[in-house]
Design a protein around this ligand. Sequence first.
Ligand code: URA
Length: 217
Amino acid sequence: MKELKDVLKFYKEIGASFLEIKYIDPKEDLNDLNKEIKSCTKCPLYENKKNYVTGEGSASPEIFFIGEGPGATEDQFGKPFIGKAGQLLDKMIKKMGYSRESVFIGNIIKCRPPGNRDPLKEEVEACLPYLKRQINILKPKVLVCLGRVAFNNLMGGSYSINKVRGEQFEYENIPVIPTFHPSYILHQRTKENISKAKWAMWEDMLKVLDIIKDQKA
Ligand code: URA
């Protein structure tokens, strides 16, 4: 078994993704994974980034919030969701009774795409295994996908966020709740629409709290 694991690990290291190897080390450590992410050259995005944004938060979070990828502020400081969208996310997290430090916040891709465009298929293919390994290490009670890009790339699909938000899905036996991306909320044209979208996200967060409550019961 050990030999097989070594072989699979070797294939993974040389990037033999065509073999569809799903080797995940059950005892992997978050610090080691972060080190690996910070030396990643698997897609061209590393060339122009200022910082890798690995993700941050508790090492045993109940909730793992997954965004799309770092924006300009996140790229500058190497931390996820610290710009305007992050401030809204922080407020939601507080309102849920948590702190930023007690949850985990990460992204589908760890390097900023130019002009904040959607990540390309090759970029996601290169980076998504890192997120999956983070999930495997952290074992959260719920995954919250912030927006269409996070949800579709984690779950594999091309759904409209309006269709799926607030519904419960599952990734590797972990409940997944998709909701609006905070930037989408902030980009609504009228105050009324901003407030409607915030309420919708809050309703989704109440579902997250219910799932956690049920798991603890
Ligand atoms: N938007 C994201 O999707 N992720 C971040 O880290 C910041 C903004």
